[in-house]
Design a protein around this ligand. Sequence first.
Ligand code: UDP
Ligand code: MG
Length: 162
Amino acid sequence: DVPVAGLPGTNQERSFFMVKPDAVQRGLVSEIIGRFEKRGYKIVAMKMVTPSRELIEAHYDDLRSRPFFEGLCKYMSSGEAPVVAFVVEGKGIIKVGRDMIGVTDPLKSAPGTIRGDTGVSIGMNSIHGSDGVEGAASEIPLWFSQDEIANWNKTADKWIYE
Ligand code: UDP
Ligand code: MG
């Protein structure tokens, strides 16, 4: 089993994120991941992947019946650019991560959010983030094996959490 809670003895949430191919092509990887670091969150897994069609279909399984599903799968698994998948741990990360990302349509995302600062198209919207506890619990093990998750102790946490 891939741990979805934090370190043993802690109660920290984890959430799954992915810099999408458009943002990798545009050189926005550090800009996007840096926002989570700056906020004080701990990155516990990260890798660049050229996802297969099968992996993307599994990831977006609940959207199969939506009209945009085919286009979404094509763009995410085109092979023209990889994605950067990462797992972030910390207080409130599931909800706060979604707030940091903005709403699905970048044109409706507030300035200051990742989507509100980086894009104009609903499909190519720079980043994915789990939409809840269940989403995080299924997406983390879909993308990462247990040995790809670093259960490290971030000593700066004593200057972040009071
Ligand atoms: N998407 C799209 N057209 C739409 C809605 C969504 O192309 O009308 C794409 C977009 O890339 C989005 C992804 O499908 O990020 C997953 O959709 P979801 O509703 O889960 O949005 P998210 O959780 O990413 O905000
Ligand atoms: Mg979603």
